[in-house]
Design a protein around this ligand. Structure first.
Ligand SMILES: [Zn+2]
Length: 270
């Protein structure tokens, strides 16, 4: 599969990746990392490092995952959610106008993905006859921004991503002297150049037709928890006397097949 952005290594854009096969051990580890109280960017880096088999044709390290642009990290977290089999298609929402709860159908896989343009991972902005060059924010930047307030973020982000415009260029002084409108136009240019997945959609209420904004959290996987995993380990251990480690090593499909057989046996004995 291909990333919408990709790693920028040795002046090359490396876009391919693949996930490891799903085992209980992988599901277990994802739930544990998500539950350990890391800041979101750090949890995302750890989970992706664990779940990816290769990234840009190379071995997967936390460093490489942190070098991915934010859009790639969001894309991978959503793809991983689908890879684990969480492809629910029905969502529930409370209408902002009539307060009724309504359901809507959505296929995450069918949502469009915007790819990076020919300048990726860089962005060029023309500002008052000054040509600025920036890079798109990555996982390292995301970790730095995580504890900043909404007011601080634009300036901090620019200082991180603005590339030196010659030797005399003082990034801090330059950013401090930018007007609000200039900051806004740089931000807009970065947003336009960035690859991206869909996180905001509009859905009509089935009761009153009011159009509701709905946020599709790209990091939804962080709330997955153990699900049925512990109960499944318990049932398999009781039936076959395997250790927890042996059960967790099973590919998810085989685990499901054994659980189906246990159910079938139980059906026959009644
Ligand atoms: Zn409504």
């Amino acid at each position: 599969m291909l990333l919408p952005g990709g790693l920028w290594h040795n002046r090359q854009r490396k876009r391919d990746f693949c996930f490891k096969p799903v085992t209980g051990a992988l599901e277990f580890a994802i739930a544990e990392i998500a539950g350990q109280g890391f800041a979101m960017p750090e949890a995302v880096t750890k989970i992706l490092q664990l779940a990816l088999a290769q990234l840009g044709g190379e071995a997967v390290t936390e460093e490489r995952v942190a070098e991915l642009c934010i859009a790639d990290r969001q894309f991978l977290m959503r793809q991983l959610q689908l890879h684990l089999g969480d492809s629910e298609t029905w969502y529930s929402q409370t209408c902002r106008r009539c307060k009724a709860s309504f359901d809507f159908e959505l296929d995450l896989q069918a949502l469009p993905v915007a790819e990076g343009d020919e300048n990726y991972p860089f962005v060029e902005v023309e500002l008052d006859k000054l040509q600025l060059r920036l890079r798109l924010p990555n996982g390292h930047d995301q970790a730095i921004l995580a504890d900043k307030t909404e007011v601080e973020i634009p300036a901090v982000l620019l200082k991180l991503c603005l590339l030196a415009q010659g030797r005399e260029f003082d990034v801090d002084a330059f950013v401090a002297n930018l007007s609000e409108a200039e900051v806004a136009s740089i931000e807009q240019a970065m947003e336009q150049a960035s690859p991206g997945i869909v996180t905001d959609i509009q859905v009509s209420c089935s009761n009153c037709s009011h159009v509701n904004p709905v946020y599709l959290d790209p990091y939804r996987l962080l709330n997955r928890g153990y699900g049925d995993l512990l109960a499944e380990i318990h049932r398999l251990a009781r039936a076959y006397h395997w250790t927890e480690q042996q059960i967790l090593a099973l590919p998810a499909q085989r685990r499901a097949a054994y659980l189906a057989m246990i159910d079938a046996d139980r059906g026959m004995s009644h």
